[in-house]
Structure formats: C-alpha cells, structure tokens
Design a protein around this ligand. Sequence first.
Ligand code: NAD
Length: 358
Amino acid sequence: MKLKIAVVPGDGIGPDIITEALKVLGEVGMRFGHRFDFSFYLAGGAALDAVGEPLPESTVLGCRDADAILLGAVGGPAWDHLEGRLRPEQALLGLRSQMGLFCNLRPAVLHTELSSACPLKPEIIGDGLDIMVVRELTGGIYFGERGITDDGESAFDTMTYSVDEVKRIAKIAFEAAMKRGKKLCSVDKANILENSRLWRRTVVEVSQEYPEVELTHMYVDNAAMQLVRDPGQFDVIVTTNMFGDILSDEASMITGSIGMLPSASLNADNFGMYEPIHGSAPDIAGKDMANPIATVLSCAMMLRYTFDLNSEAEAMEKAVTEVLAAGYRTKDIHTEGTKLVGTRKMGDLIAEAVKSQK
Ligand code: NAD
C-alpha cells in the first residue's frame, strides 16, 4: 500500500519528535510492505518566519493532496507578541476548518509501567486505564452566535446542534467502540438543555445501526465525577465540543504524563490530522530531551483510523509498551531505577522493537 502523508513538524520540539515518529513509521512500512510517501510543510512560527503567515496556502494544498496529516506542535515565545490571524495556533484552527475535521479522538491510556504517574489511588486505577474521548470539534457553543451589549454589562454565547451534526459524530463514536470494548457512554446535560435532548435522541437513533455496542447516557457533571471515582467503567465517551474539551483534559491528566498522549481529528471520509496533545515545549526544544511517544502513538492512530491498518497500529503500540517494560524512559517519565534516554534513543528503541517483533 502506498500512503501519502503530509508532515508538518511545526515549532519547538515539533521537529525532534516528528523525526523519531517517522523513523518508527518507516520501520512499520518495511515490516508490513507499505510505502510511506512523506511531504514536508511549514506551519505556525516556522511558517511565520519563512513566509510571514502561520498557515501558507502551499501547506493547505499539500495537506489536502495527502491521505493524512502528521503534525508536531506550533507556537513558542518568539511569536507570543503576535495577535489575531498571525498567532501560530491559527495554523491548527485553519487546518481543522479547511479539512472539515469535526471529530476529535483523544485516548487516555495509562500504561501499567507508568502507573506511579497517575494521581489516583492504585485501587481506583485497578488494571490500568484505557478510555477514548470522542469530541465534536466544529459545532456547539464555541461556534454559535455570540455578543456583548454596548454597555458591556451582559454577554451571550449560543449552543446549537443539528441532527446531522450529532449523527456524524455519533457514527464515528460507535465505529470506535466497535474497534474497542463495544461500550459507548454519551455525555450530555439532557435534564436541562434542549440541545442535549436532541443530542440524546439522535445518539439513540444511530445506536440502532450498532446493536453490538452497549450505549449508556450520563450527565456531564456526573461524568466529570465518575472519571476520577471509577474511570475503569468507561470505554468510549462521546460528547459535545465544550463538554469534550473539559472531559478530555480531565481524562488525560489521570494518566499523569503529557508526553505520552496522542490525538486524531477526523472528517467524514476518515481523513485525519494526527498530533500529540502536548505543545511545542520550547524549554526543551532541540535538546534531545522530548518524549516522542505521543507522536509515535499518533502515527498508530493514523494507521488505525485513516488507513484501517490495525495490525500495523498494534505493532507500533506494542513496541512502545515493550520499550517501557524494558525500563527505558525519557526525562519527563523517568523515575528512580529506570534507564534515562534521549529523544533519538527512544525513537531508535521503538523502531528496533517494531523490527524484532514476531
Ligand atoms: P507544552 O505542552 O508545550 O509544555 C508543558 C510542559 O510539558 C513543559 O514543561 C514541557 O517541557 C513539557 N512537555 C510537553 N511535551 C513534552 C514532551 N513530548 N516530552 C517531554 N516534556 C514535554 O505547553 P506550554 O508550555 O503551555 O506551551 C508551549 C507552547 O506550545 C506555546 O506556544 C503554546 O501556545 C503551544 N501549544 C501548542 C499546541 C499545539 O500545537 N497543539 C498545544 C498546546 C500548546
């Protein structure tokens, strides 16, 4: 299979972690007989420095022409003084809207080897955590009509969802549940919001197409509580833009390590932008200190969700687990008794683990 990937390293540690992720992808390609065709594009501060805008047209065209996008991170102190459309993060918002990426997948996985990083008690974590938050990304209150009165004394933001918007995100969530533990929890506030009642009714309607998936509903306040009380009860969570924003951050912090968590933003054709959830970490950029695992795992998501290459995705994830089990750690996850390695060595070890798997 020939797979065309638009690579957008971005700023700070972006180039460091992307280099390692591509190394591992290359090894997966060799082992499974796929050809990855990587094209590189500028975005964020790097693009501002080169051409004066955070998201050049050439980047948009290149990404559109690819089968998937792999992004490092954008931003940093050199561009903090810029405002409005010149902000580096405009590149992310621009790519999401131009590619119609309405669905955000954020897994929160706690590897048993790193369980000491989890802020919850061991008896709450049990055998580890593996939750997938599916967040609607282009609708709801963040995109509704808003305003403020002339005297500045009152303001409003509106939340609107159409049945079609709910249907398309629900379908992705059910599909994700089918590939995992076949359990889906839809989170809303249907006891108060009319919007949530439409959300719930539509999710139930879509569930008819997925009889194998066990669907439950939960109010958002309860979901926030249950995530720290008993996170093991969740498999896939689907929710609106704002609720998902909050719950996905809560779920990821339970795992305790920002350098480990991948994400995917998808459109209706499974075209996706894959990126680690962390930022550009300017404090450690270029110092061979960044953890490349979140980016490697973002590539595994790309293989699974855009290319439907499940064995290849599993090989990457298994390689990460093996390297962690062998005791190797970058500085952010290093604890006494484990072996400290840099970004490049971590990439080498994961690539080697992919190669030597039976
Ligand atoms: P950050 O995620 O970049 O860094 C927070 C802390 O986590 C830092 O101490 C950093 O060293 C550490 N860290 C992050 N990723 C790591 C990794 N892979 N390995 C080891 N340590 C890691 O967040 P921040 O400091 O708030 O933001 C820095 C810049 O990144 C800002 O310009 C911000 O706007 C930008 N940012 C970009 C994105 C994105 O591109 N998606 C997301 C968040 C922040």
